[in-house]
Write a protein that binds this ligand. Structure first.
Ligand SMILES: [Zn+2]
Length: 468
């Protein structure tokens, strides 16, 4: 979306708190444009999720605004590559250190210390605090917290003696089973017995905050921002990292389409299986139409005769193809007797192209659920074949015609040509593994079988002659 960078620039430059009403009107205008001023068929919280989390990555401006500020604070966690403004902020805060203060719970921070900061930094800090439970994997006390933080919380706690022994962050005092016993800490960092009092002080505080119990049950890994806080090395794309932190769910939410598919496929689908379906679609094809079609089928965006008849009683609930059975979602996409031969051909064709048996399973064919273990290239090719088949069916909506396998091959050939042209003329960097390798091998095999010298698609229909 080309307007996103422009809006992000305003979010970064304006040192004011933007009210919720502004985001509602901005989002409303963009969403109305996306849906062509009609009623949305898919909920915005679904669409705004990342592709790997089951959405289509439609920008959620309120979340982007918060991500910008979280990114600004993450910049301050870096050591060597901080921008000039962050260095100026660090000097203004001396003897305090923002890399430490960011992890200190707000009530324990020294009062008045932030008065010398830029207004944008104060705003970013406020948003960082409001998002902290998403930034930290262990609640209000993060494992990335530097031990220097406890000087603000525990009276007479000396972090310096720990730092002298190479213990900088809380995560160094934990392992998979929770907070380490003193004997383990002592042998790990070669400490003498004088550290025992300081260790007990720390451990007792962690217990009172519920950190020990929470951590020993959940043992969460460091979140990405936490690991940046520990390493103090800044990668590129901090806004995306901030956005991921804000949008990451502790558990995958269950949407209505999840339960509808479970009912149709007559099986329970674990959240991990859904997560695998969503992950499959990341970077799977440069053809946005294919991803859109596959996601529309997944979201149950299409209105079938059965559904239409419920809010328009005058319309028939019978399938427009066979005219003999109720046009439910599964019937229209899979079970219709006129469609079954097409799906048989497609599955057989996919089996030949990827050289692995593809099951005649609606869960796998329509959604990519489960199925055989495939390589990345095989997954991409299977996605391409199946979503092209779905596109061809969608193009014949409310019609009694069934697409042919020849047409599917023509669409595949067209996409292969477009991809080559994009690499040749648009300076698009080709992926490390050629996604079309299996397709090219299939074409060469076909030529060898026919005794021809080069691929020939004479038998296939010209796509421009086919009515949409
Ligand atoms: Zn039918």
């Amino acid at each position: 979306m080309t307007i996103l960078p422009k809006i992000l620039y305003a979010f970064r430059a304006l040192p004011i708190f933007i009210p919720r009403a502004y985001f509602s009107s901005l989002q409303g205008a963009v969403n109305a444009f996306l849906w062509n001023y009609r009623r949305p068929r898919i909920k915005f919280p679904v669409l705004s999720r990342r592709i790997e989390a089951g959405g289509l990555g439609v920008p959620d401006f309120a979340k982007y605004s918060r991500a910008v500020h979280v990114a600004a604070m993450t910049v301050c966690l870096g050591y060597a590559s901080r921008p000039q403004w962050a260095v100026m902020e660090a000097i203004a805060l001396t003897p305090h250190d923002l890399r430490v203060l960011l992890w200190v719970p707000p009530p324990y921070r020294p009062r008045g210390v932030f008065a010398s900061l830029f207004t944008t930094t104060i705003l970013s800090l406020r948003i960082w605090d409001s998002m902290f439970l998403r930034i930290s994997g262990t609640g209000p006390l993060s494992r990335a917290a530097p031990l220097k933080m406890f000087q603000y919380i525990l009276p007479h706690f000396s972090a310096q003696c720990w730092v002298a022994k190479g213990v900088f962050n809380l995560c160094q005092l934990t392992d998979k089973s929770g907070v380490l016993e003193f004997a383990s800490v002592q042998s790990k960092f070669h400490l003498n017995d004088s550290y025992f009092l300081s260790y007990c002080q720390l451990r007792s505080y962690l217990r009172t905050q519920g950190f020990t119990a929470f951590y020993s049950i959940h043992t969460p890994a460091l979140t990405l921002i936490e690991s940046l806080g520990v390493s103090q090395l800044l990668p590129k794309g901090l806004i995306s990292i901030g956005l991921n932190a804000i949008m990451t769910d502790r558990e995958l939410p269950l949407w209505r389409y999840h339960t509808a598919w479970e009912k149709d496929l007559e099986r329970s689908i674990e959240p991990e299986l859904w997560a695998a379906v969503f992950r499959r679609d990341v970077g799977v094809s440069r053809n946005a139409t294919l991803l859109e079609t596959s996601r529309k089928v997944l979201y149950r965006w299409y209105w079938t005769p059965d559904k239409m008849s419920k809010f328009a009683p005058s319309s028939s609930s019978e399938c427009w193809r066979c005219g003999s059975q109720t046009g439910t979602y599964m019937h229209i996409w899979w079970q219709c007797p006129l469609l079954i031969p097409f799906w048989n051909m497609v599955v057989e064709f996919a089996t030949v192209v990827v050289s692995t048996p593809i099951p005649m399973d609606p869960g796998f064919v329509l959604l990519g659920l489960g199925g055989p273990k495939l390589t990345r290239q095989q997954t991409r090719m299977t996605f391409h074949i199946m979503s092209t088949a779905l596109l061809l069916i969608a193009q014949r909506w409310k019609s009694d015609t069934v697409p042919s396998l020849g047409l599917l091959k023509t669409y595949m050939t067209r996409d292969r040509t477009y991809d080559s042209m994009a690499i040749e003329f648009l300076s698009v960097t080709p992926p490390k593994q050629d996604p079309w390798e299996l397709w090219d091998i299939y074409l060469v095999k076909q030529c060898v079988q026919r005794g021809e010298s080069r691929p020939n698609d004479r038998e296939e229909v010209n796509v421009s002659e086919v009515p949409e």
